[in-house]
Write a protein that binds this ligand. Structure first.
Ligand SMILES: Cc1ncc(C[n+]2csc(CCOP(=O)(O)OP(=O)(O)O)c2C)c(N)n1
Length: 332
């Protein structure tokens, strides 16, 4: 299939910006609430990586599907997940998207093709491959995007899934979010070679992109999703980015005085912030665009505040519900 090099239009760039900003402001609020001790569980933040979820999901339809990771708020929101229900889930409330049973690492909404964040590293490969196989069998025209980290790419199931995805030409886009770390291990200490070459060995077309450049991700994803939808099979995108936050919030409780990276490295990557970069591009378009950015900021902030209020004011989850959901009412 011929690759087309198209840039997002101005309106598309505004939409990408709004999506990234929603993820950023949501997570900044979660960081604050976590520090204040208001969240019942851990949160793994996606701050600095927003361009990948936004750039890929921009090409997905409602019926398309995604699989996600333990760092999954951004994927959920970019795929159109409900913000209030996600916040209530993170606060362990009855109104949560999984009725408060899953928390941050399990936000899922099958009705929107969000097959779930997942605390098991690399679990998304097989879920995504199965979903893509089902889409192919049903000739539904649905496409699946599988988000995973560089650390996850060392799981053996990736090889099995690359194999069948290529063999059966499944409508699947593998999206490796190469943020440089697997927990507290720099990628160079746990990952050999270049990750995309694993996919190339199975004959899968590969793209390596700057994951902090939303237009670059958008363009690579556009070709990949079109190829998948048109029956052309899988594509592998390796998007380079950086995890500017800790592996999880409050990681210092684990690490004590130990450090696994330099503060200067973090600052250098913060200067490449995908949200600020896109805002800068749009601001240079003149006063009308600056005004539009201001409106977006206000709209996003209002949505985030409303979602926090909704979560805070909702009833706590009912722990008994876990039994009926797990055992269909037949408690062992
Ligand atoms: C099967 C499995 N092994 C180990 C872990 C512990 N663990 C949680 S996150 C993580 C690192 C994942 O790194 P990566 O896939 O690069 O994602 P990132 O956290 O960088 O987004 C590990 C090893 C786990 N949750 N599941």
């Amino acid at each position: 299939m011929r690759e087309v090099h198209v840039q997002p239009s101005r309106d598309e760039l505004f939409a990408l910006y709004e999506c990234m900003l929603l993820i950023r402001r949501t997570e900044e609020r979660l960081r604050e609430e976590n520090r204040a001790g208001n969240l019942p569980g851990a949160v793994h933040l996606y701050i600095g990586e927003e361009a990948i979820a936004a750039g890929v999901c921009a090409h997905l339809r409602d019926a398309d599907m995604i699989t996600s990771t333990h760092r999954g708020h951004g994927h959920y929101l970019a795929k159109g997940g409900d913000l209030e229900a996600m916040m209530a889930e993170i606060w362990a409330k009855r109104t949560g998207i999984c009725r408060g049973m899953g928390g941050s690492m399990h936000v899922a909404d099958f009705s929107r093709g969000i097959l779930g964040a997942n605390g098991i590293v690399g679990a998304g490969f097989a879920i995504a491959t199965g979903a893509a196989f089902s889409a192919q069998l049903q000739r539904s025209g649905r496409v699946v995007a599988d988000f995973f980290g560089d650390g996850a790419s060392n799981q053996g199931t990736l090889m099995e899934c690359l194999n069948v995805a290529s063999l059966w030409q499944l409508p699947l886009v593998f999206v490796c979010e190469h943020n440089g770390f697997s927990e507290f291990s720099p990628a160079a200490t746990v990952t050999s070679g270049r990750i995309f070459e694993r996919a190339r060995a199975f004959g899968i077309p590969c793209h390596v992109v700057d994951g902090n450049d939303v237009a670059a991700v958008w363009q690579a994803a556009r070709n990949a999703v079109e190829r998948a939808r048109g029956g052309g099979g899988p594509t592998f995108i390796e998007a380079h980015t950086y995890r500017v936050q800790g592996h999880l919030e409050a990681e210092n409780l684990f690490l004590g005085e130990q450090r696994y990276r330099d503060a200067a490295e973090i600052e250098a990557w913060k200067a490449r912030c995908p949200v600020a970069r896109t805002r800068g591009q749009l601001e240079s378009g003149g006063p009308a665009q600056v005004e539009r950015l201001r409106e977006i900021e206000a709209r996003v902030m209002a949505r985030v505040e409303a979602a926090v209020r909704f979560a805070e004011e909702s009833e706590p989850a009912d722990p008994q519900l876990a039994f009926s959901l797990m055992f269909d009412g037949h408690r062992p």
